[in-house]
Ligand binder design. Sequence first.
Ligand SMILES: Cc1ncc(COP(=O)(O)O)c(C=O)c1O
Length: 482
Amino acid sequence: MEERVQTSSAAQAAPAPRPKLELIREKSAEYLEVVSGGKRLEPADKDHIIQRTLENFDDYFNRGYLHYRKSVAEAEDFAAIEWTGQGSIIEDIKGRKFIDCLGGFGVYNMGIRHPKIVAAVEAQLQRMPLSSQELLDPLRGFLAELLGELTPGDLQECFFISNGTDAVEGALKLARLYTKKPGFISTTGGFHGKSMGSLSVMGRAVYRKPFQPLLSDVHFVDFGDAKDLERELKKMRDTGQDIAAVILEPVQGEAGAVVPPDDYLPRVRHLCDEYEVLLILDEVQTGMGRTGKAFACEHWNVVPDILCLGKALGGGVMPLSCFMSTPKIWKVLEDNPFLHSTTFGGNPLACAAGIAAIHVMLAEDLPAQAAAKGARLLKHLRALQALHPEILRVVRGKGLLIGLEFADRFIGYRVAAGLFKRGVLVAGTLLNARTLRIEPALNISDELLDQMLDRLADTLKAVERQLDRETREKMGKERSSG
Ligand SMILES: Cc1ncc(COP(=O)(O)O)c(C=O)c1O
């Protein structure tokens, strides 16, 4: 009895902590109110969201990420919290506007929130968001048909997933299944995703090494060098190592917009036929008009045996990717189509976005826009390079997949930060830290591109001045200490 009395008075003195789940429920209600737009945000609310976002990224989400974004980190402006976007303009929570020259790493070919794509997804959301898995979903059929008709040659069959890496996984599996051979040849500097299969054909040590051993039968040749591929194919044949497929990007994206010589892709196609190996083209980044054709392989009239698409396929509204092949090759999946399957791939929302994305690409002739704007941009960028050859070493690209290669990565970071401060969003590529990508929406206005060029000219001048000052200071110090 005594003890019970004591316990209850102790409880009165210090109330029992509230159950954790109740706190989480409250917090989720608070966040939901923000997400659902139910709450008008006052300046104090915005500051609170900024603070919470920074803390949450530091405490709960892939910790190092916060400091890794070079444009933001170098500019020491972590508080730029993405809030809304339309077309080629992104606005942060404080209402600061940025010209988007990054395109979400190549996702926003149609711009941010293209009205037709948003409307299609919203309408589908009101009917059926995800598939029942057993009834046939008409949207998946519609999109498959459009892609089958749109892609070159006899590419016709397809399978939908959500990420580029999944498209590559499917392509590798299909190549092995069809050829009954184990090996792959990929290219140095090639980027195909970061799951175990796609990572195995990634041509850059920094991402591969920590996870080795990967797929064992993968060999690498230099990108753009058809002779190197021929040597490798011959060596493989002479030593009895069976190759299922050659995989490469028609223009290497993450390596820094590397365009191969014009005869490269046709020669690769010819070699694949000669050595009886399949050709997988990874157009996850180059597809959907980015390089000035609907698919980059069309620049060289080359048709792959397997094609991977992703990124802009979902119209910048939904995640969507696919791998495609010919009816002849796809036959190997006919007996058991569940040899490869997925829960979310090709869901109705994603397919609604894909159908709208194809419509917008054709209705606005985005490939032609990319070709014309890309050519104009390259001309102006090369003129800027001629003014600053010491820091801006190379300007290259095709269509609106453009890379600016700097003397070193630190200069690249400074330029990204300088542009960020001037309201232009760019970023480095994942495989080449010295290269910044210019990858805007294909329907970006000429006026915005001109503004970007002005701000870049201004940034390059400022960075050059800063470097000169630093060099003079360093020389001064060396002289006085020597
Ligand atoms: C050519 C290429 N393939 C595959 C991928 C992987 O796509 P995801 O990041 O959607 O998995 C990328 C991503 O940048 C890519 O550029």
